[in-house]
Design a protein around this ligand. Structure first.
Ligand code: 5RP
Length: 230
């Protein structure tokens, strides 16, 4: 698929940010999986890094490839994280969490000096909100939080697995997929979610991405956050 080729191209371009000796955050999702695969090849060829995975899935993939791993318990500063995104706007604000790993992804991103996002061209949007915003919620508070989010104007659905049971995150919480349509004030909405008891984390990543690598066909464009432009 064209998207897969673009995902791999973006992931390949991110390797230039990885240097010997670094601690590397490993994102989650199909684009991040290409990155982990390529990183594994580099490790086999002698690159010395330690990875901190943002999900059980990514940890299993990295371990199978022989990538040395560490944890936030051992190391609280990550040099570079490479992760995917569901949407990227012109200010490099992101929606993440399509793969259900937004909580650990945000924690890993928050401990990272350089967050590099890799994505295919379909992820670039003028305004966030076409993709339903994932919100991780404590089960005890779910009904209450659904009501509050609906009052903000979204259609809210509990994410389900293929067997019809609620999807469980690595931290054993549920995900609410919230369809807002366009989100004109992403910063304001992020603040509202932060103030909502029962919400563990939301999928708006604001002011976190430093570099976004977007593949369009075989071409990869590098977008830099305003404050990091050379
Ligand atoms: C997982 C994520 C992913 O990075 C996001 O869903 C993009 O996934 P993909 O690379 O498969 O399109 O946030 O929680």
């Amino acid at each position: 698929m064209a998207n897969d080729r673009e995902k791999e191209a973006a992931a390949r371009a991110s390797l230039q940010f990885i240097k010997d000796g670094q601690v590397v955050g490993l994102g989650t999702g199909s684009t991040a999986a290409y990155f982990i695969q390529l990183l594994g090849e580099q490790v086999k060829n002698g690159l010395r890094i330690r990875g901190i995975p943002s999900s059980d899935r990514s940890r299993e993939q990295a371990a199978a490839l022989g990538i040395p791993l560490t944890t936030l318990d051992e190391c609280q500063m990550i040099d570079v994280t490479v992760d995917g995104a569901d949407e990227v706007d012109p200010q490099l604000r992101l929606i993440k969490g399509g793969g259900g790993a937004l909580l650990r992804e945000k924690i890993v991103a928050s401990a990272t000096k350089q967050l590099v996002i890799v994505a295919d061209a379909s992820k670039r949007v003028p305004v966030l909100g076409r993709f339903p915003l994932p919100v991780e919620v404590i089960k005890f508070a779910q009904a209450l939080v659904v009501k509050e989010i609906e009052a903000l104007g979204a259609e809210v659905g509990v994410r389900l697995r293929a067997d019809g049971k609620p999807f469980l995150t690595d931290e054993n919480n549920h995900i609410l997929d919230c369809q807002f349509g366009q989100i004109p004030d992403a910063d304001g909405l992020a603040r509202q979610f932060s103030d909502m008891p029962g919400v563990v984390e939301h999928g708006l990543f604001i002011g976190m991405a430093r570099v976004v690598l977007i593949a369009n066909g075989d071409e990869v464009s590098e977008l830099r956050a305003q404050r990091y432009k050379a």
